[in-house]
Design a protein around this ligand. Structure first.
Ligand SMILES: [Zn+2]
Ligand SMILES: [Zn+2]
Length: 342
């Protein structure tokens, strides 16, 4: 099968071709696993973190990609949840132990044995992949393959972020950073919390304008102050300045949710601007969101088809995965990037 292979950690400012197109044997599904013929795989900021070593794969070579849509092409022994030809998706959660406290509580994203698709196991930048059948999802008919792919990461984790805010209908929500996840979160927030106002912080004027088209009542730059205090803010940026700047806009008991698997070090010194009475006192909270649970993916796909949520898509061929990654690194974001695998 064709695959785009990552052979080691590299610096994307110097290396514009981190992945190599190769022809390798198609994997064989083990017990309880299915083999998927991949049609589309989303491109996520987390891939940049993997390539640049902030959350590296445990071994190389490695196949990235964790927003996979395709059809079941082979069943491993004892795999009986799906039939050959069924359309399925795979998200960031590749497997978990199934027995620990977190798994039993429905928070398998926090399991010590959590394995990530496209990091701990080979993912979707290829023609085929295997996955335990319990970590594959039926894709609602409302979506095309390309539309469904970004829902599996940006959408599902956006949904988890929104759940973790503890927001109640009518309370003010802020979003700092307005990429793939922000586009989706604003749509689900308007559906789940119809009486809440959404405020968006974004560096680019284009993103600010776009957020207003999608229903934000206010859009400003990262360091701006909102006219009203916000009860929750979700941060989806890779850096620190938006964290510090967001806190000053939080209401008493407000909560900042950081939706980022890793933060870059470039502006870490900005944390010294933190002003305790202004930014943290009055029981303000900061909480991160880690991975996605299977429950998040299932609930979100159902919610997304009900709303319905359609992501803005930008398609690339599998062979152009390097270009897609560099465009993402350089902030050239017109919509969620997906690789189409012919
Ligand atoms: Zn992702
Ligand atoms: Zn577990």
């Amino acid at each position: 099968m064709k695959a785009m292979l990552l052979t080691g950690i590299t610096d994307l400012r110097e290396n514009k071709s981190p992945l190599e197109l190769v022809d390798i044997p198609t994997p064989i599904p083990n017990e309880g696993e299915i083999l998927i013929r991949i049609s589309v795989c989303g491109v996520c900021h987390t891939e940049l973190d993997e390539i640049e070593g902030r959350t590296p794969p445990p071994r190389f070579p490695s196949i990235l990609g964790h927003q996979v849509v395709g059809t079941v092409s082979q069943l491993g022994s004892k795999a009986d949840r799906f039939k050959i030809g069924d359309r399925v998706g795979v998200a960031w959660i590749y497997s978990s132990c199934g027995e620990c406290r977190y798994c039993i509580e429905g928070n398998d994203n926090l399991c010590q044995e959590f394995k990530a698709t496209g990091r701990d196991n080979d993912g979707g930048y290829a023609e085929y992949m295997t996955v335990p059948e319990n970590f594959a999802y039926q894709i609602p008919d409302t979506f095309t393959d390309s539309e469904a792919a970004p829902l599996l990461c940006a959408g599902a984790i956006g949904y988890r972020s929104l759940r973790l805010t503890g927001l109640k209908d009518g309370q003010n929500l802020g979003l700092t950073g307005f990429g793939a996840s922000g586009h989706l979160v604003i749509k689900m927030a308007k559906y789940m919390f119809p009486n809440s106002n959404v405020y968006v912080f974004a560096r680019s004027g284009k993103e600010r304008e776009f957020s207003k088209e999608l229903g934000a009542v206010w859009a400003g730059d990262t360091e701006d102050s909102t006219p009203q205090k916000l009860d929750a803010i979700i941060d989806t940026t890779p850096v620190w300045k938006p964290v510090v700047e967001a806190l000053k806009n939080l209401n008493t008991q407000g909560r900042l949710i950081i939706n980022a698997i890793r933060k870059e070090e470039v502006d870490k010194s900005y944390l010294l601007n933190l002003d305790y009475p202004r930014d943290l006192w009055m029981e303000k909270e900061i909480k991160s969101v880690a991975n996605v649970s299977t429950r998040d993916v299932i609930e979100f796909l159902e919610l997304a088809s009900r709303i319905p949520i359609r992501a803005e898509i930008e398609e690339y061929a599998l062979e152009d995965a390097n270009k897609a990654l560099i465009d993402l690194k350089q902030g050239k974001i017109r919509g969620a990037k997906v690789l189409v695998i012919k």
